[in-house]
Design a protein around this ligand. Structure first.
Ligand code: GTP
Length: 440
């Protein structure tokens, strides 16, 4: 608390605390795969730093620039721009072999010099990936649909306090070796069949330590200074709100907070520096893996969405389940994240539909509910109230101005705005970088 001076006044320096909000957040509103990559790519033009705050290489963002296709899993998408630095925050879990492969595959100039990695980020080992695979196969029919990239087991090592961090790797290697051996023993007690060649792994990590060392920083201070220097910071959340470990449909969730809270804990920045929070909505809904899906279409319309939208995972190639847009889910997502603007992607995929349904509310046991159920059992039982909107039956792919969209497409967008009370600022009408309509 500010102490008063002898005249009873609060010192001017403390009174005039200047609030800067240089941080813009982009996050998913549904079950992921909304096309966040393209929105981040668009906003990153003006960013000095682009940050990842949670998850690992279980994410998959695609960015198409003319003939070039970038597939990002751990790298912040903004690094495509030579002036933008990439920050991998403390909340991210890093599989170094995967990160280095991604750097090599994407062939982006002087990337390693522009990449900053938090010393507090945890390491994902091949061991975590093997255990992830074993756990997922053991679930049989009840599979959660993890990508088997070791992300869940790494966050569980973090929670049981025997995980290894980047700071361990670039510190004393003898201590790192001891901790790694201990981690292997810990997992071997639970999974006796898991095979790890400790010596070989340590040899590999000794080399990784040297390669990663120049990129490692204490990122709390690094970001604090960037904020003081008025740098523009873009944060890209992976996965999505309904996959959030706290607010998603547990247990069909990812192992991190991929809603707004994860930005604070995964980067170590204070809430008042966050300005805009943009929610990315796919114009319809998709879901990977099992669990409830109230607006799912298991008929030819679902197949049409899957085919037109190329709904197959970037990381796994798995087909995605498809259904109508669910505004009941989106209202819940907005309650958590407090969106200041929205981007609706893949409107073009709906171009061929005669009529388009939109879920607007849920009823559970005959009663309208205001929120999104906590349990999958309840979600499976909800009845959806729909509204039916007329389709536009013409291509929107070459449209670049909102005023030039077909009237029924505009109506579709304004329905979303009215139900959520948030402005739609962008509409995606194709996968290329310039296939986007900005709404002033
Ligand atoms: P996660 O982080 O895994 O949830 O993925 P994401 O939200 O980043 O999705 P991604 O960037 O992988 O986008 C999904 C696909 O949609 C990509 O192939 C994009 O090129 C494509 N896409 C994005 N916007 C549009 C759009 O407006 N229209 C069409 N047709 N495709 C789009």
């Amino acid at each position: 608390m500010a102490s008063n001076n002898e005249n009873g006044e609060i010192p001017a320096k403390i009174k005039r605390l200047e609030v800067k909000r240089p941080v813009t957040v982009v996050l998913g509103t549904q079950w992921g795969d909304e096309g966040k990559g393209k929105i981040v790519d668009m906003l990153a033009v003006d960013a000095d730093l682009c940050c990842r705050c949670q998850g690992g290489n279980n994410a998959g963002h695609s960015v198409h620039v003319q003939d070039k296709h970038y597939a990002f899993h751990l790298l912040p998408s903004g690094v495509i721009y030579p002036s933008c630095k990439g920050v991998i925050g403390n909340g991210v879990v890093i599989h170094l072999p995967g990160l280095f492969k991604e750097i090599e595959d994407n062939k982006i100039g002087n990337l390693e010099e522009r990449l900053v990695i938090s010393d507090r980020a945890h390491l994902v080992f091949d061991l975590h990936q093997k255990v992830d695979g074993m756990l997922e196969s053991g679930r049989g029919q009840k599979s959660i649909g993890t990508t088997k990239k070791g992300i869940g087991p790494t966050y569980s090592s973090k929670a049981t306090r025997n995980g290894l961090r980047i700071s361990d790797l670039v510190g004393d290697f003898t201590k790192f070796s001891e901790k790694f051996t201990h981690l292997v023993e810990h997992f071997k007690c639970m999974f006796p069949d898991v095979e790890v060649d400790v010596e070989e792994e340590l040899e590999i990590y000794k080399e990784f330590a040297e390669r990663v060392r120049p990129m490692v920083k204490e990122t709390v201070c690094y970001l604090h200074n960037a904020i003081k220097e008025n740098k523009r910071i873009l944060v890209e959340c992976a996965q999505s709100t309904i996959l959030d470990i706290d607010f998603g449909l547990y247990p069909y969730v990812t192992s991190s907070n991929c809603s707004i809270g994860g930005v604070l804990t995964g980067l170590g920045i204070p809430p008042h520096v966050i300005g805009d929070v943009y929610g990315v909505i796919k114009a319809y809904l998709t879901r990977v893996g099992s669990g409830g899906f109230p607006t799912e279409l298991t008929d030819e319309y679902g197949e049409l969405l899957q085919k037109r939208g190329a709904e197959f995972g970037v990381t796994t190639g798995r087909p995605r389940r498809c259904g109508w847009l669910d505004l009941a889910m989106l209202k819940y997502s907005n309650m958590i994240n407090g969106f200041t603007g929205l981007a609706v992607t893949k409107l073009d995929i709906l171009d061929v539909f005669e009529e388009i349904k939109v879920g607007v509310a849920y009823k559970l046991k005959g009663q309208r509910i205001e929120t999104f159920p906590a349990s999958d059992d309840d979600l499976q039982q909800v009845e959806v109230e729909y509204i039916t909107l007329p389709g536009w039956k013409e291509s929107t792919e070459s449209v670049r101005k909102f005023s030039e969209l077909p009237a029924n497409a505009k109506k579709y967008i304004s329905t979303i705005e009215q139900h959520l009370g948030v402005q739609v600022k962008w509409v995606g009408v194709g996968k290329d970088r310039d296939s986007i309509i900005s709404i002033p």
